[in-house]
Ligand binder design. Structure first.
Ligand SMILES: Cc1cc2nc3c(=O)[nH]c(=O)nc-3n(C[C@H](O)[C@H](O)[C@H](O)COP(=O)(O)O)c2cc1C
Length: 334
């Protein structure tokens, strides 16, 4: 089974950090459904953590039930990132992940995220300084390079391995591509080939067990990180793990999925407050809807719901409908 440093993961499937989506409320739902090896917070700036700003504290929150979990940091100041890493460990992180993949201008404009792919010396210094600051495994999540003319990820990974990094996660696109085009599996394979011992986790566009198996076969990666496909299907880890390992699994019924969605709504209400929970579920119900069959009325009720009680009541009507204890729906992405 996959181990990152001395942290052993139950499966080789990881939930990607997705800012605005993969917060604690959602991560707990994915965890409870099974099949998931590691979760990660969204990218956090160490300044916000060290100042304990209200916004950072909410996003940095980790729960007993989700271990092992990584906290992801971004920035370009090695000493500040090292202090942030210590803060992360003191606040429950089992691993620290360094973001070298975010292509968003707000992050790269301040030399963080994927901009570090253009600054090998600084990137290395960051890794060395953070590595020396904490005793837990340290990982780097990166893209293949800044653009097609500078596919630096294999060289970076080799270099980072020498500095004592414990794993790299590679999204098989360049920063310039953002989310366009397809994931470059050859690019990921070059990262696997460049490293000697550390696991390389492949990432990008995985929606099904076939996609995952294809990425593993084509690249030799040790694990798979899934982001966008999990947003409407927190049960994807459970399903993919069973398929990839040939484990027989009772398919989830529509009722089981509705209960998971209800759990998400409850978690959000408790952790982030009713207003945010309502705003999020109004958007998310369309993504969830694709796995539930014909649920136009449910989607419309939730989109117009004036409060969380209405959302929960509309879910309960379907949860209590005996038909939904029998029905299983295969998502179109599977
Ligand atoms: C809205 C959005 C927010 C994201 N936030 C983060 C982030 O905070 N940290 C990070 O490393 N990657 C972030 N990513 C990138 C994902 O972790 C992942 O690398 C990417 O979506 C490709 O994987 P996927 O095809 O499985 O979604 C984000 C992606 C999206 C679409």
């Amino acid at each position: 089974m996959l181990a990152i440093g001395d942290v052993h993961l139950e499966t080789n499937l990881l939930l990607a950090p997705i800012a605005g989506h993969c917060d604690l409320a959602f991560r707990l739902v994915c965890r409870s459904l099974g099949g998931l090896g590691l979760t990660c917070t969204e990218l956090l700036h160490p300044r916000g953590l060290l100042d304990e700003s209200a916004g950072s504290l909410v996003l940095a929150r980790i729960d007993e039930r989700e271990h092992p979990v990584a906290m992801q940091l971004y920035g370009c100041d090695p000493a500040l990132l090292a202090d942030g890493a210590k803060w992360a460990v003191d606040h429950g992180a089992d691993l620290v992940d360094l973001n070298m993949g975010c292509p968003v201008e707000k992050v790269t404009g301040r030399n963080g995220g994927a901009a570090l792919l253009r600054s090998p010396r600084l990137a290395r210094r960051i890794v060395e300084t953070v590595r020396a600051a904490v005793d837990v495994p340290v990982t780097v999540k990166m893209r293949l390079g800044w653009d097609a003319g500078s596919l630096v990820a294999p060289g970076f990974a080799r270099d980072f391995e020498k500095t004592g990094i414990d794993a790299v996660i590679v999204h098989g696109r360049t920063a310039e591509q953002r989310f366009s085009g397809h994931v470059d599996l050859v690019g990921i394979r070059h990262v696997v080939e460049a490293t000697e011992r550390i696991p390389v986790i492949g990432n990008g566009d995985i929606k099904s067990a076939d996609d995952a198996q294809h990425m593993i076969d084509a690249t030799g990666c040790a694990g798979i990180m899934i982001g966008r496909a999990a947003i409407g299907r927190p049960w994807i880890f459970r399903e993919l793990h069973a398929e990839l390992t040939g484990t027989a699994l009772e398919p989830l019924t529509v009722r089981d999925k509705l209960l998971a969605i209800r759990q998400h709504v409850e978690n959000m209400t408790t952790l982030r407050g009713e207003r945010r929970a309502l705003a999020v579920i109004r958007q998310r119900i369309s993504r969830y809807g694709a796995s539930l069959g014909h649920v136009k009325t449910l989607k419309e009720t939730i989109r117009c719901a004036p409060n969380i009680e209405t959302v929960l009541a509309s879910l309960d009507v379907m949860i209590d409908d005996p038909v939904n204890s029998q029905r299983t729906i295969v998502h179109p992405g599977m």
